[in-house]
Every structure is written in C-alpha cells, then in structure tokens.
Design a protein around this ligand. Structure first.
Ligand SMILES: Cc1cc2nc3c(=O)[nH]c(=O)nc-3n(C[C@H](O)[C@H](O)[C@H](O)COP(=O)(O)O)c2cc1C
Length: 520
C-alpha cells in the first residue's frame, strides 16, 4: 500500500504531465477522463490568432521603459504579447525604442507600445500616436483614458481599410483598451465619437473612408479589465470587475453586434497559477501580468528594486499621489516597504491642496521640503523643471508663468517624476525616495515562489515566470475538471511548484498517450 506521501507524488506527477489525457478509475463512477490542457490551450483562439502569439498572456506596459525593449523582445520571442512602457518617456526615447523593436522583432504581430492618455500634455500624447502611425506600429495598449482623445482615435482610424477582395474591414492598427470603469469601457466598446472623426478628416489626418469604417467598429479589439494592480488602479477586486465587463460587453452587443467580437482579458493580481486559472474560469480571453514582470531581469528597473520586490510581503503596498494626474488627486499603487515615497508624496499633495503658490508656503514647510524631500532649494528644483519642459512641452511653462498654483504643482511633480527614475536607476542615496509601482500581485507571487529557485530575483526571467504561471494553471484546471467529475484528491494536491526551463521543456514536449490511474 502506497504511503499518503507517495500517493500525493503520484497525483502531482500525473496531473503535471499536462499534455497527456489522464484516465481515472473512480469507485462507483467508472472511468473518467481528464483532458490534456497545455499552456497554449488556455485563453481564446481569437486573441492568439489576432496577435500571432502562442499564449494568451500579455506583459502589460510599465512606464518609463520599465516594460523595456528587452522585456518585450523576450516575451514576444517566447510566444507572448508584450507592450513597451512608453508613458513618462519623451518622444526621442519612444522613437528609439520603436526603432529597436522594429529591428529586433520586425513584423511579429505580438509587440506593441503603450499609448497613455495624457490630459496634462495632450500635444505629447498626439505626438506619440503620430509616431506610432508613421513608424508602422501595429498594436497599441491604450490606457488611463477617462475620455477618448483624438490621439487614440487617429491611431485606430489610420489603420483601417477595406479588403478589396472580400469587402471586410481590415484593422491594421489593433487596440487593446485597458480599463477599470464601466463608463470608460463603454467608450472602447463603441465607435469613436462622430465629431472627433469629422475633425480628423477636416484636418487631413484620416480619410473620409477611414472615418466611415471607424464608425462601424468598436474602438478596441480587446478590452482588458484591470482589477487592483500596480500603478494606476481603481483597486477593484477582479472577481467583481471581470463579470461586470463581460456583462457590459454582452449587453452592448445586442444594440451593436460588432461588440460581441471584442475579447475581454483580465489584469490586476495575475501573479499565481490560481489567479490565472481563476481568471480563465471566469471566461477571460487572455490575462495580463504587470507587477511580477518588473521584478524580472529584463525589466528597465534596477537590481536594488528587483531585490526589494522579491522581498515584498502581503500588505506592503499602498496608494500614493500620481505624478501624471497629481492635481486631480489621482493615486497610484506603490511599494510601501523600504521607502518613504508614499508618505512624502502625500505630504506634497496636502500642501498643494492647502496653499496657492510656492511663495505662500509657510517657512517651516518650505524648509522641511528642501531638507528632507527635495534635498535642494526649491528655486533649483524650479530651474531644473523649467529646463525639462523647455524641451519637452514649453506650453507647460507658459501656463506656469500665469498660474502660480500650477507652478507649485510642476515643482511637486518634479519629486514624483524623479522618484521613479531614482528607483529605475538604483540611485543609492535616494532609496528612501524610490517610487516603485507595485500591486498586491507581487507578494502573492513571492509566496508561491518561496522555497523554489524563483525565490532568487537573479533567476526571474519574464518568459520563464509567465510560462510557469500558465503551466501551473493548466495543472490546476486539470485537477478541477477531475474534481467536477467526482475525483477526490489527497489533501494539498495539486500544488504545482515553479519549474526550471529544462523541466518545462521536458513536460511540454511529451507526446500524447493516455496513462491510467486508479482513485482510491
Ligand atoms: C511598474 C509598473 C508600471 C506600470 N506602468 C503602466 C503604464 O505606463 N501604462 C499602463 O498601461 N499600465 C501600466 N502598469 C500596469 C500594467 O501594465 C498591468 O496592467 C498591471 O501591472 C497588472 O496588474 P498587476 O500589477 O497586479 O500585475 C504598470 C504597472 C507596474 C507594476
């Protein structure tokens, strides 16, 4: 008689051979079959076909090039979709990254670039969209939209044409809209506003035919429902948000049948096999990872941040004022452990709300900021800020010259902007000011990886981490299929552990045959 340990090991091994269907003899039920479920079987075939990828998993954009060229290249080459983190970068840096991606990945359809709504710098948002159009980028992850902007409509419509042979509309520019609110989702599930299309035609940016085609399609091909995540987030639970978005899509498709084709993906908290299996069971066409990729070797972050992330435990993240929408009171989710950034950023927002200008700050507050937060005189911060905007967006300086509260916002935003750059560069004397965008997903991943080789950040490569999640989700789903048919597994089974590249290769290259096992 096998010991309970041996029995558990037998089940782990049988369920873990995911490419093999498994026949199980169950007392009183006869033979039930657990199908083969491989990582490439997960998610919607439409997503994989449209983006030319093997796996229905995308690494989401991470600002300031944290979702780096390296990260996108390695993910796409391994069969995933990847979006470059263009937010926060200037136009020349985005152009350089796009050139590199074109060079490295060519026409591979799985790579894209983030187009982020930028209400405080609309000219930059437009310039990025125009660059993506001019350089032939075929996929955009559109995010942070509250309202639809001309830039995203321009990008979308400029890729539309009618296939002369079939008459079908060809969407040359694919859009994955990332949303956390129903009102924003509705805008991505509808055609662009007519008035915006008309303005774009009038100004010669798109043709009348493109406007006409755009009015027949939803703005997005895919809609990512982003639950509580790193960076910008509405902190919604995935189990609540995802069904809401599915219901919305299905409801809107009654009026506008083209909406039925929009695939809905799940982001936010996707960092464990259980989360992937859960999202897919809810009906996700694809999943998006974020926080865990920043902790991987390919990210544009620094080793010191990767180490901080690998040590993150539950409840060590918090909300803090966002650099890009500071004045509107928008917040982002950041790491709390090992940095005072969140506390200092909250202080800046409090001061911004309480005073009308830098000149009206009480002497005590001003000195405190200069000594502990900026670590330089406010005048010097302003000089650096003015120099930055002189090149990037001079309109900001014109506005600041007329509005002293806005000038104060720009100075405070200097800290919010620099703090993430210090983290990315691993500036040693600024660790206490690191702004590291991170969601609760990070701690959940660390808990899963603990005790395995992936505990060590030096072993975390993005394709390996993400494939591990899909593989282990396949194991969990196979177990659930068995359980739904009456299979009773030993306690604690299945517990798929992280696998090395070699182990995954061996498990995922098994030829089909059908082992049998008896359930007692
Ligand atoms: C460091 C970091 C930076 C991010 N920056 C962006 C961004 O610039 N644009 C964007 O669309 N999403 C951004 N995100 C969100 C991710 O693309 C992804 O949707 C999210 O992280 C998924 O949730 P998770 O953090 O729980 O995995 C960022 C996330 C992180 C962790």
């Amino acid at each position: 008689m096998a010991s309970s340990q041996e029995q558990s090991a037998t089940w782990e091994s049988a369920l873990g051979r995911v490419r093999l269907p498994l026949s199980v003899e169950i007392d009183g039920r006869g033979t039930v079959t657990i199908p083969a479920i491989s990582p490439e079987d997960l998610g919607s075939p439409g997503f994989k076909q449209s983006h030319g990828c093997r796996y229905a998993l995308m690494s989401g954009a991470m600002a300031n090039g944290i979702a780096s060229v390296d990260l996108v290249r390695s993910m796409v080459r391994a069969g995933f979709v990847g979006a470059f983190g263009a937010a926060g970068l200037g136009l020349p840096e985005v152009v350089k990254a796009v050139d590199q991606l074109h060079h490295d990945l060519g026409d591979a359809p799985g790579w894209g670039v983030n187009l982020i709504h930028n209400p405080s710098e609309p000219a930059l948002e437009w310039a990025i969209a125009d660059t993506l159009v001019q350089t032939g980028v075929k996929l955009v992850e559109a995010s942070a939209y509250l309202n639809i902007s001309p830039a995203i409509v321009y990008y979308r419509a400029r890729g539309l044409r009618r296939d002369p042979a079939t008459g079908a509309i060809v969407t040359g520019h694919r859009v994955i809209g990332k949303v956390s609110r129903v009102e924003v989702a509705k805008r991505f599930l509808a055609p662009p506003p007519q008035s915006m299309l008309a303005d774009l035609v009038r100004d010669g940016h798109i043709t009348a035919e493109q406007a006409e085609l755009a009015s027949q399609l939803p703005l997005a091909d895919d809609l990512t429902a982003e639950a509580d995540s790193g960076g910008h987030t509405d902190n919604q639970p995935a189990v609540v948000l995802f069904p809401t978005m599915i219901a919305l899509r299905d409801h809107l498709s009654k009026e506008f049948p083209a909406v039925a084709k929009v695939r809905v993906g799940a982001a936010g908290g996707i960092s464990t096999p259980h989360a992937v299996a859960g999202a897919l069971t809810m009906g996700a066409d694809y999943v998006v990872t974020g926080s865990i990729n920043q902790a991987c070797l390919e990210s544009g972050s620094s080793d010191i941040v990767r180490k901080m992330l690998a040590e993150t435990r539950q409840a060590e993240v918090t909300m803090a004022p966002a650099a890009d929408m500071f004045e509107m009171g928008v917040k982002v989710q950041v790491l709390k452990r090992g940095t005072l950034f969140a506390m200092r950023a909250h202080k800046l927002y409090e001061l911004y709300r309480a005073y009308d200008s830098l000149e009206s700050l009480p002497e005590k507050e001003r000195l405190n900021l200069e000594n502990t937060v900026f670590k330089k005189p406010i005048d010097q911060v302003w000089t650096e800020t003015a120099e930055f905007f002189k090149h990037r967006d001079p309109e900001q300086l014109e506005r600041a010259a007329k509005d002293s509260k806005y000038r104060m916002a720009l100075v405070f935003r200097w800290y919010l902007g620099q703090s993430s750059r210090w983290a990315n560069r691993g500036v040693p004397d600024r660790t206490m000011d690191y702004q590291v965008w991170c969601g609760p997903a990070m701690a959940a991943f660390n808990d899963w990886a603990r005790g395995s080789f992936l505990d060590d950040p030096a072993h975390r490569t993005a394709p390996l981490v993400n494939l591990n999640l899909l593989y282990a989700a396949s194991v969990l789903l196979r177990a659930r299929v068995g359980q739904l048919q009456g299979l009773i597994l030993p306690p604690g089974v299945p517990n798929p552990r992280p696998k090395t590249n070699q182990e995954l290769e061996a498990l995922l290259s098994e030829a089909q045959s059908q082992p049998r096992i008896a359930s007692k």
